[in-house]
Design a protein around this ligand. Structure first.
Ligand code: HEC
Length: 289
């Protein structure tokens, strides 16, 4: 994935706010200058009888050579002077569309300003340290498997199985098969090396990083209603500051009750529900659950 750098995001915004104000970095012209210029070029000061508006309407300043006898009203001259585009604005005009095209081409982040996506990406590349072994875009390295382009979704059709794997790491199930079939075989933990248990992450960070790997890096289809509900719920919990406890053994137990025994060693698949019968398992739930 293309990493989105903060300064790239901020520039267009800064430009937008600047161009609203009149002190935009364009050369400052005092009203005295304008009057002088207007007098020199139009002789308007000597001709107070002509209404300024009729002069303004009569001329088309851009079509006429500067040496013409055109009488330009001071406000037109002022407008022309103001129109000069500063260098930074010209740079932005060329740069922003280019950035949008190159970024759009990667189709990695649906909404770059979305705080949820930004936070999830930050855990993957920053605090969670996953990018170091799996690559910034999840393409894999000589150390960790590829996660991008559907890979991690192929290994873990359901998000909760991936949460178990990341939270307890590969050593906990060393030598055991896990995941769905890749061709006619399943992955065996430890074949490639060691996937460290994500013990430094909080529960919500685990959920977010798994979300990033699946949705952003691996392109999981999130167009269903269940996914929309899950994303809204995740967003609400992040905003409310929930899930701040570190990943505990009890939490892994809960995930194991949610996970699929055919995918995840030691999973029970029993599910976990609250008193209202709602599933407490993280992830998109089918309507009837
Ligand atoms: C020190 C390097 C390293 C770091 C850091 C790391 N991983 Fe891994 N990861 C691995 C290795 C190596 C494997 C394969 C282990 C094996 O052979 O069982 C793996 C496997 C995985 C898998 C299973 C993929 C599959 O298709 O089987 C997932 C998912 C995963 N890592 C996610 C993460 C996440 C999320 C993070 C950050 C919280 C992370 N990894 C951090 C090295 C790392």
């Amino acid at each position: 994935m293309t990493e989105i750098q903060e300064h790239l995001l901020k520039r267009p915004r800064a430009a937008g706010s600047k161009s609203d104000g009149s002190s935009s970095g364009a050369p400052e012209i005092s009203s005295g200058d304008i009057t002088k210029l207007a007098e020199q070029r139009t002789g308007i000061a000597d001709d107070p009888g002509t209404p300024a508006l009729s002069k303004a309407i009569a001329v088309t300043p851009h079509d006429l050579p500067p040496q013409s006898e055109t009488r330009e009203a001071p406000f037109i001259l002022a407008a022309q002077a103001r129109k000069k585009m500063p260098m930074w604005a010209m740079f932005l005009l060329g740069f922003v569309p280019l950035w949008a095209v190159s970024f759009g081409g990667t189709m990695q982040l649906p909404d770059v300003e979305d705080a949820l996506f930004a936070e999830a990406a930050e855990i993957y590349s920053g605090s969670g340290g996953c990018a170091g072994c799996h690559g910034a875009g999840g393409a894999g390295t000589t150390v960790g498997y590829q996660l991008s382009d559907g890979s991690v979704v192929a290994t873990f059709p359901n998000l909760v199985d991936q949460m178990v794997h990341v939270s307890r790491g590969s050593d906990a199930i060393k030598g055991q098969a896990y995941g769905a079939l890749w061709g006619d075989a399943r992955r065996v933990a430890g074949t490639r090396g060691q996937m460290p248990a994500a013990s430094t992450l909080t529960q919500i960070e685990l959920e977010l990083v798994v979300f990033h790997e699946r949705v952003v890096l691996s392109g999981e289809d999130v167009s269903s209603d269940e996914w929309s509900e899950y994303i809204a719920d995740l967003r609400a919990r992040v905003e409310a500051g929930e899930g701040q406890s570190p990943i505990s053994e009890e939490f892994v137990e809960l995930l194991l009750a949610c996970a699929d025994p055919e995918i995840t060693p030691e999973a029970t698949g029993e599910g976990v529900i609250n008193s209202e019968g709602e599933s407490l398992c993280p992830g998109p739930h089918l309507a009837e659950e």
